[in-house]
Write a protein that binds this ligand. Structure first.
Ligand code: GRF
Length: 202
């Protein structure tokens, strides 16, 4: 059976992409395409180093959703991973890839998520609130922002001395781990969605 073909969407440094290149690519699945909303994203350099095709998108451009859809079709993409992708996914893409787009978010959803929660701000808000636990969430992408069914979560302890940066570092390590595990299960078709609940098969 041929490997599942994966498209990874990025906007920045791409450390989550790197963990997929290191642990998934040509082992459990094939990262066939990297799409960036930012032509200067370091993640593009990481993709090219692994000889993965890359595309930079001008997301504001009229009809860019049609461009993405035909790119994904041409590359025979099975599912999409948002790894630090900072733009909203167009409805036509969500429709075409229902329960086949997953996202990694640096908090325990439904805490500290939604339109104004991204990057270091997520961790600064968690520190400000004084939570004792934070963490990372992998979830399916639906028409909302960070609202799709949860696939996997893992918590980290927040110490009194933590600030946004130190918490971000702890959470990023968890992100890399649970994103790889979730993508591996997607490649193995071991993720079953029942309404809002997700079952991960052994
Ligand atoms: C990660 O914290 C991710 O959860 C968030 O943006 C950051 C991207 O990091 N969406 P990287 O580009 O994968 O290093």
């Amino acid at each position: 059976m041929s490997l599942k073909k994966i498209a990874v969407f990025i906007s920045g440094s791409g450390t989550n992409l790197q963990s997929l290149l290191d642990s998934i690519h040509n082992k459990y699945g094939e990262i066939a395409l990297v799409v960036s909303s930012n032509m200067n994203a370091y993640g593009l350099t990481r993709a090219k180093a692994s000889k993965v095709s890359t595309v930079s998108l001008n997301v504001g451009e009229l009809g860019y959703d049609s461009v993405i859809l035909s790119l994904l079709k041409d590359s025979k993409i099975d599912f999409i991973v948002l790894a630090g992708y900072m733009k909203k996914i167009p409805p036509r893409l969500i429709e075409a890839y229902e329960n086949r787009i997953i996202n990694i978010h640096p908090s325990l959803i439904p805490s500290f998520c939604g339109p104004s929660y991204y990057g270091i701000k997520v961790h600064e808000k968690a520190i400000e609130y004084g939570v004792k636990l934070s963490g990372a969430t992998v979830h399916f992408v639906d028409e909302g922002m960070d609202t799709g069914p949860v696939i996997m979560q893992e918590a980290v302890e927040v110490d009194y001395e933590d600030d946004g940066k130190s918490l971000q570092k702890k959470v990023l390590e968890v992100e890399h781990r649970i994103l790889v595990e979730s993508v591996k299960k997607m490649c193995q078709e071991k993720i079953v969605v029942e309404g809002r609940k997700v079952k991960i098969l052994p």
